[in-house]
Write a protein of this length. Structure first.
Lengths: 323, 291
């Protein structure tokens, strides 16, 4: 069984739940940017939640199947079409040998996840099938898909007609609210700049990918004056190169915040204002360029409560699908 | 000196040993991360030493953030008192300085540079007080470097030269980053050298290129078949300046998969080093020269 790529879409790659454990040599965890959508797509087609899926960004691919299977599309509202006929999202449906799956225009969110029963069976590299594009590692030949690619699929046994109702999915608000724990190098900016950072509405910039999301439209930060420490570099936003947490918010030259995501660069020399909490990482994956967004300050306790809520939401969805 | 600890969201603890770079801070950070690794704390998923700081990633569903923080703090005293002796290795890396490829890239992005009328090497030599590019290269390749961090992208080492602070070579990054840097470029920004493991954007001054791959996701290169990244934090690196003929010959050997870098096990004592920098370095370099 295989999936043939007729046209690849804008940026489509093989992803699973990632490869933790290699960040100290600069290899990021990777994996589906929207973890909830990745897991649910798999569960809908009877796969292990960590099986490999296709992550399509903004625009879907066109694919042909060589054998029958069950597939499901989750995440952003990218309507699937089977041989030209629309099919629902968040619901498994059957495909036969020779069928073509394409997608309509994106109606909401930014990234869609396509699971195929049996899972995309590219080689496991460092414990994962995820594609790390910058390092040409994993996935299908370490890169995004191209026309003519043929992806092997494992043996599966999914059932068609399984679905996740809308009330069990995460809703998107506008402006998007990204909860963040201030810290790291927060002390480098003035109190007024800190207050403004949370008050202002930002917009997702076009530079938004698996590495990170850039935001625009807020007031440049005002730094607390200091003599730069040895080795840090001359700009007030420079630090001696340090590790970058996933979700960390760096602000090069104090102008445009960048939130690092699953394919994060693991370190560098820009100060960070804090870190977007784990519960809101999936949300970032579904932001299109130009979407308004605000950063909302939370405490560690708030972050842990949000994480627990997110786990409960996942458990409810899993319970529904198992039930 | 006490470590500034900080939660990076709900999954990371960041520890800043000092704001400024020094080998002592690097060693404290490395001792901390080694202690965390040895402790085998449940729920810890990533242990990342950096230049003068470190980062621990954890799963807060398994270990409570405050408990992990207390545990890290309890290790701090031992780490900062730990006899700073490191069992490590010295790796010799051939570098073709003033090569045509970084020179071409350097000219292509001249308008993004502080001094468009000089090359990166001429500029860096001048601002660091060297009369000629050759003297600058001699200083660059004459004393070894510590891998003080690996990251940014897969396998990219940050290197800190093992000389006293007044001899540290410093250079600003480009005014605006380049969109291209040849793979395996030796670059410099702030007080750090870096080796670009993959081709891509970059802002460091470019001095030369090594024929030796340092990252191989396909694991076909013979010395990268186990670990796809050559460098680990704590490694010591000595650049060996080579010319075009040596570069071409080494590249041919690499393409036939016959070549591997000279690597020697060694022990490094920070106390001995601080007592006699150049004597300590000379002994380390003898290990590779005395082959």
């Amino acid at each position: 069984m295989a999936v043939k790529v007729i046209s690849p879409g804008l940026s489509t790659s093989v992803q699973d739940l990632g490869r933790p454990g290699h960040y100290h040599v600069g290899i990021p965890e990777g994996g589906g940017m929207d973890r909830f959508a990745t897991r649910i797509a798999n569960l809908l087609v009877g796969n292990d939640p960590g099986a490999a899926v296709l992550e399509a960004t903004f625009m879907g691919p066109e694919l042909e199947f060589t054998q029958s299977a069950v597939v499901a599309v989750t995440g952003g509202e990218l309507p699937p079409k089977l041989n030209g006929e629309e099919r629902p999202t968040w619901e498994s449906f059957p495909v036969k040998a020779g069928d073509r799956l394409s997608f309509g225009f994106l109606k909401g969110g930014a990234r869609a996840y396509l699971a195929v029963s049996g899972g995309i069976d590219v080689p496991v590299v460092l414990g994962s099938r995820s594609t790390y594009i910058l390092g040409a590692l994993g996935g299908h030949q370490g890169r995004t898909l191209k026309a003519g690619d043929e992806l092997p699929v494992g043996e599966g046994s999914g059932k068609a007609g399984l679905s996740l109702p809308a009330n069990l999915r995460r809703a998107w608000n506008s402006p998007a609210e990204l909860r963040m724990l201030p810290g790291m190098y927060w002390h480098r900016i003035t109190e007024a700049a800190g207050n403004r950072f949370f008050e202002e509405t930002w917009k997702v910039a076009p530079e938004a990918d698996r590495i990170g999301y850039r935001f625009r439209g807020g007031t440049p930060l005002e730094f607390v004056g200091r003599e730069q420490p040895f080795g840090a570099g001359s700009d007030p936003s420079n630090i001696v190169d340090a590790c970058y947490p996933y979700g960390s918010v760096q602000v090069p030259s104090g102008t445009e915040p960048i939130v690092l995501h699953r394919d994060a660069v693991s370190g560098g020399g820009y100060m960070m204002l804090g870190v977007v909490i784990s519960a809101d990482m999936d949300l970032i994956a579904q932001l299109q360029p130009h979407t308004p967004a605000r950063f909302v300050s939370v405490t560690l306790e708030g972050a842990l409560a949000a994480r627990a809520e997110q786990r409960a939401a996942l458990a409810r969805a899993e319970g529904h699908l198992a039930g | 000196m006490s470590i500034r600890f900080n939660f990076g969201g709900d999954e990371h603890i960041f520890g800043e040993v000092s704001e400024e770079m020094s080998l002592t801070s690097f060693f404290t950070g490395l001792s901390m991360t080694n202690a965390v690794r040895t402790a085998g704390i449940r729920g810890v998923t990533e242990i990342c030493p950096a230049n003068a700081s470190f980062q621990i990633r954890f799963n807060p569903d398994i270990v409570k953030p405050q408990d992990l923080l207390s545990e890290l703090k309890s290790m701090e005293e031992a780490a900062s008192k730990a006899d700073p002796v490191l069992k490590t290795r010295i790796i010799e890396l051939p570098v073709y300085f003033q090569d045509p490829w970084t020179r071409e890239t350097c000219l292509r992005f001249r308008e993004r540079h502080q001094d468009p009328s000089s090359t990166d090497l001429e500029y860096s030599a001048r601002i660091n007080g060297y009369a000629t590019v050759e003297e600058f290269i001699a200083a660059y390749s004459g004393q070894p470097w510590f891998v003080s961090m690996v990251g940014f992208v897969a396998g990219l080492p940050f290197l800190y030269q093992m000389v006293e602070r007044k001899k540290q070579i410093q250079a600003p990054k480009y005014l605006r980053p380049r969109t291209d840097t040849p793979k395996l470029t030796i670059g410099h920004g702030g007080c750090f050298a870096a080796i670009y493991s993959v081709r891509g954007a970059g802002g460091y001054q470019m001095y030369g290129i090594t024929p030796a791959p340092i990252y191989d996701p396909t694991r076909k290169v013979r010395y990268l078949s186990d670990d796809m990244c050559l460098f680990k934090p704590g490694d010591i690196v000595k650049f060996k300046a080579i010319g075009r003929d040596d570069y071409d010959a080494t590249l041919e050997e690499i393409e036939a998969n016959r070549w591997q870098p000279t690597v020697r096990e060694c022990t490094f004592s920070l106390t001995d080093f601080n007592g006699d920098i150049y004597g300590t370095n000379a002994k380390l370099m003898e290990l590779i020269d005395g082959r």
